[in-house]
Design a protein around this ligand. Structure first.
Ligand code: SIN
Length: 482
């Protein structure tokens, strides 16, 4: 069943290309992960339609770039305002297709709108430089120009925010955009496109294509008219897409998988650490790239932290987001649930002990009971692979060096967390943890005003903040003889 909306037209089952809503006979069904019911379908488009979208985006560039930053920014800020005005409807669409609890979906609408507002403000602040010349008869002017058409592939875990975090800076500087949203969550993207149209985004500037992922991906990564490609998703797929972009030497931004350590030191405020752990581990039912993936806890506070965490986890309400109060929704599909089960079984087989959960939940086929496991072996799969589910596995440490070594023992480098009251240790951790983002005494680092992104195999580039603009600009030099 579709969600009830106060503006029924926000539910669109067509693609948006060149400012036109486009249907198609071949369709992909979209299911509600909370109950498996089909809630709608979107067109199965491929190479031809994606090329059309790129053609439209390419054609729209001159007019879009003719606007001033202030004018483009005003459109982005109007788009953000419309998102907030229709927050409840957008949240209901997101929950229906993605499964997150309604309160979290409302939070995502606000988070997503904040990127449009922020980059709408930043649109006026793109600066160049005049350099001191190398010769008296030369002048050196460095300008920053929009890269051009941007191709984007976005994931299902944040069906709105992962789009606006890319489209916001792209459109702000004068790029145009072709996006393939996840086939699990296309309706949030379509509602966003409709509100963008109402905000005044001209035809061709923002295009949404759904369908044949390999075919769409091939155009977005290989078409010479696409100047930049941006992807949020798994590390394996990110590497494959980046390799394809090499053929036309595109600019690439990748926001890939994490394996976030969450360190609890002996001097931590344990109640605060438990709350931080809940936020970091169980946000979106454990399905974020920055979710804590392994808890590294000092021997002196191990039992206390574990017991309090298990008690807190045991209070969580598990259920369908649209059907009542819920803290934890379903996993996105059966495959995701099977991976969670494998990680739990592996941890238990290697000597782990359950303190909470450890089984499927009666709320429905894709629901898993929030889980805490102690005595997890450092070589357990959940210490080395992203679980992407509601499972907290705890390992022990004795010294700061050991905690840092365990935390850095991964090719991922997105987010890390630590709880400690020692201010000089804050400095050491922020310098020695090899991660793009380090949360100290907090379980949440995401905000539109700060750079989001990873090091090592967790990605390239930064999203959000004033730095998020750079990824959509190229530097040009004019060397002028006078
Ligand atoms: C992600 O999971 O990729 C994004 C999470 C966030 O923005 O906080």
């Amino acid at each position: 069943m579709r969600p009830d909306l106060s503006r029924a037209d926000l539910w669109r089952e067509d693609c948006y290309i060149a400012g036109v809503w486009r249907s198609g006979d071949e369709r992909i069904a979209v299911d509600n992960p909370a109950n498996g019911e089909t809630i709608g379908s979107v067109p199965f488009m491929g190479t031809a339609e994606t090329e059309e979208a790129v053609t439209a985006a390419d054609a729209a560039l001159p007019e879009w770039q003719r606007l001033t930053g202030k004018e483009r920014g005003a459109i982005l800020r109007r788009w953000a305002a419309l998102m907030l005005e229709h927050c409840e409807d957008l949240a209901r669409i997101t929950t229906a297709e993605q499964g997150k609890p309604l309160a979290e979906a409302r939070g995502e609408v606000v988070y997503a709108a904040a990127f449009l507002e922020w980059f709408g403000e930043e649109a006026r602040r793109v600066r160049g430089e005049v350099l001191t010349p190398h010769a008296s008869d030369r002048r050196l002017v460095v300008s920053r120009r929009p890269i051009g058409v941007v191709g984007a592939i976005t994931p299902w875990n944040f069906p709105l925010a992962m789009i606006t975090r890319k489209a916001g800076p792209a459109l702000a500087v004068g790029c145009t955009f072709v996006i393939k949203p996840s086939e699990f969550t296309p309706f949030s993207a379509m509602a966003l496109a409709l509100l963008g149209e109402e905000a005044g985004i001209p035809p061709g500037v923002f295009n949404v294509v759904t369908g044949d992922a390999p075919a769409i991906g091939e155009v977005l990564t290989e078409d010479v008219r696409v100047g930049k490609f941006t992807f949020t998703g798994s590390t394996a797929v990110g590497k494959m897409l980046a390799a394809r972009c090499a053929g036309t030497v595109k600019r690439v931004s990748l926001e890939l998988g994490g394996n976030a350590p969450f360190i609890v030191f002996e001097d931590a405020d344990i109640d605060a650490a438990v709350e931080g752990a809940i936020t970091s581990k169980f946000r979106n039912t454990g399905q974020t790239c920055v979710c804590a993936n392994r808890f590294i806890v000092h021997d002196d506070v191990y039992e206390r932290f574990a017991e309090k965490l298990a008690a807190r986890v045991g209070q969580m309400i598990v259920g369908a987001g649209l059907e009542g109060p819920s803290d934890q929704g379903p996993l996105i599909d059966e495959r995701a649930l099977a991976k969670v089960e494998d990680h739990v079984a592996d941890a238990l087989a290697r000597g782990g002990r359950l303190l909470a959960g450890g089984k499927r939940h009666a709320a429905g086929a894709n629901f898993y009971t929030p889980t805490v496991i102690v005595n997890v072996a450092p070589d357990a799969r959940l210490c080395h692979e992203e679980t992407f589910g509601p499972v907290a596995g705890l390992i022990r440490f004795r010294t700061e060096d050991e905690a840092i070594r365990l935390a850095n023992d991964t090719r991922a480098g997105l987010a890390a967390y630590a709880y400690t009251r020692d201010a000089s240790r804050h400095w050491r951790l922020s310098e020695q943890l090899k991660y793009g983002m380090v949360g100290l005494n907090t379980g949440l680092v995401s905000t539109e005003v700060a750079p989001f992104g990873g090091v090592k195999e967790s990605g390239i580039g930064r999203e959000g903040s004033h730095l998020g603009i750079d990824d959509y600009l190229e530097t040009r030099l004019a060397c002028i003889a006078v």
